[in-house]
Write a protein that binds this ligand. Structure first.
Ligand code: AMP
Length: 222
């Protein structure tokens, strides 16, 4: 059973690695960022509220975020595993997740933290482009994962865009939120005995190979 959290600072490659993980293991990808972007694009009340926080680079309030994850994780497709990407981001969210996963008997099995240094993150965010089609959402990097046709999504052909919150100002706020509120979760999950760290600065396929090694450790016959 793979009940996974993929953690890391903004720009560490969570979206790209999530795509590879869900493809290989066939588990649902639960990205709170994607869920908020979809809600914002559909113009729902939650979406409008979330967009104000997102565009400023701030975290959406815990109670709103926990509620959407609770609803999503309780769906039947999560019974055989799930991948959480971008959740939890605060200690309150981590505690709520622990209670929830125990209640629904779907406890976490792995927490993978992608490590990347700040200078590299700034470069990555500047060259990130995403597909705004909510049923696609593919992510590209003009340097390391360029689309085959300039400016177009390989998967659905939509025009690629720079995310509203990938501006240098918004990125700074997101990084501060990460350092202040999300970074302490690394220690939290280390103490739970669930944390595995992976170098997120290597090539995409090398990072993925390290993740697979964490999820499928070599059999030890001793
Ligand atoms: P992401 O796509 O994971 O980078 O998330 C984009 C934005 O969505 C974040 O900068 C936050 O504004 C919001 N968001 C996503 N996940 C969370 C979360 N777990 N808690 C609070 N806000 C979140």
């Amino acid at each position: 059973m793979l009940n996974i959290i993929l953690m890391g600072p903004p720009g560490a490659g969570k979206g790209t690695q999530s795509e590879l993980i869900v493809k290989k293991y066939g588990i649902p990808h639960i990205s709170t960022g994607d869920m908020f972007r979809e809600a914002a694009a559909s113009g729902t009340e939650v979406g409008k509220k979330a967009a104000e926080y997102m565009n400023a680079g701030k975290l959406v309030p815990d109670e709103v975020t926990i509620a959407i994850v609770k609803e999503r994780l309780s769906k039947p497709d999560c019974a055989n595993g799930y991948l959480l990407d971008g959740f939890p981001r605060t200690l309150v969210q981590a505690d709520a997740l622990k209670t929830l996963t125990n209640e629904i008997s779907r406890p976490l099995t792995h927490v993978i933290n992608l490590i990347a240094d700040e200078d590299e993150l700034i470069n990555r965010i500047a060259s990130r482009r995403v597909c705004p089609n909510t049923s696609c959402g593919a992510s590209y990097n003009l340097v390391s994962k360029a689309p085959k046709v300039d400016g177009k999504c390989d998967l659905c052909g939509h025009d690629l865009i720079l995310r509203d919150d990938d501006t240098p100002e918004s990125f700074k706020v997101r990084l501060e939120a990460y350092k202040g509120k999300t970074y302490p979760l690394i220690e939290y999950y280390r103490q739970e005995g669930l944390l595995k760290e992976v170098d997120g600065l290597k090539a995409i396929d090398e990072v993925f190979a390290s993740i697979v090694e964490v999820l499928e450790p070599p059999y030890d016959c001793n």
